[in-house]
Design a protein around this ligand. Structure first.
Ligand SMILES: Nc1ncnc2c1ncn2[C@@H]1O[C@H](COP(=O)(O)OP(=O)(O)OP(=O)(O)O)[C@@H](O)[C@H]1O
Length: 235
């Protein structure tokens, strides 16, 4: 065996890190996750101690995975057939990785949960107070549900995604908009005018021979329901 100095030992160690990274798919995942978490942690205002715990947890997982890989390869080198001892050794070694991963999850939960839920609460408060966001979400949902409905019932009702089909998109959007206007204006006259216009939109789709009454009615119900649920549940 070749006599090695300190520098070449270091080189072999780095080679080991790179080989494990290249050959083990779990290792790629660990490194990517670690990189993502470290980047996020830079915005979290962690104390020195908290950052140290995070780095320890990450290092523990990577180290356990590397030792597990080395043990697996050693066992494969010696045992080619099924062997209960080989199974025991590999299972115990995989168990060590699992323990390190659970430890990392607990540490991540303790460090990130409060901070991220504060950010989540802030976003939710902003969303609740923003009529624009609620309106945008309602209209987006109506569009998705209308196109989805047309797709699901395409065989039965025919039509394209934007004309004809099981649900009248013009009507669902018009009634969704009317409901949004009713919520925002909180004024009976304005609301009636908005629903009146929505009604005319639906009626024109029937008159134009593009939709049946049932398709216009289902569009109207969907538009009203979606806006109602978004404004009442999220807002
Ligand atoms: N020679 C063997 N005899 C008995 N059981 C084995 C043997 N080799 C593997 N096993 C069983 O299969 C499991 C998976 O082993 P394997 O070596 O495929 O690990 P792995 O986690 O899939 O790793 P890798 O994807 O890096 O190969 C082990 O935990 C063990 O239960």
């Amino acid at each position: 065996m070749k006599k090695s100095n300190f520098i070449s030992s270091f080189n072999y160690a780095v080679q080991g890190i790179i080989s494990a990274l290249k050959t083990e798919k779990n290792m790629k995942f660990h490194y990517l996750a670690a990189l993502g978490i470290i980047i996020i942690s830079l915005f979290m205002d962690f104390s020195r101690m908290e950052f140290m715990l995070l780095i320890f947890a990450i290092t523990f997982v990577v180290t356990a995975e590397m030792i597990n890989t080395a043990i697996e390869r050693t066992v494969d080198l010696v045992v080619q057939d099924y062997n209960p001892i080989a199974k025991y050794v590999k299972d115990v070694s995989a168990g060590a990785v699992l323990i390190s991963a659970v430890n990392a999850l607990v540490v991540a939960y303790l460090l990130f949960y409060d901070r991220l839920s504060n950010v989540g609460d802030l976003l939710l408060v902003k969303l609740k107070n923003s009529v624009q966001h609620l309106s945008f979400i309602s209209i987006l949902l109506v569009l998705i549900l209308t196109v989805g409905g047309k797709y699901l019932w395409a065989k039965k009702n025919g039509g394209t995604y934007f004309q004809g089909g099981a649900i009248s998109g013009h009507t669902s959007l018009a009634f969704c908009a009317a409901t949004i206007i009713a919520f925002v204006s909180e004024n009976i006259l304005v609301s009636l005018a908005a629903y009146g216009i929505a009604f005319l939109v639906g009626e024109s789709r029937i008159e134009g021979g593009i939709h049946k009454i049932s398709e216009v009615v289902s569009g109207a119900i969907m538009g009203i329901l979606v806006a109602f649920i978004v404004f009442k549940v999220i807002g």
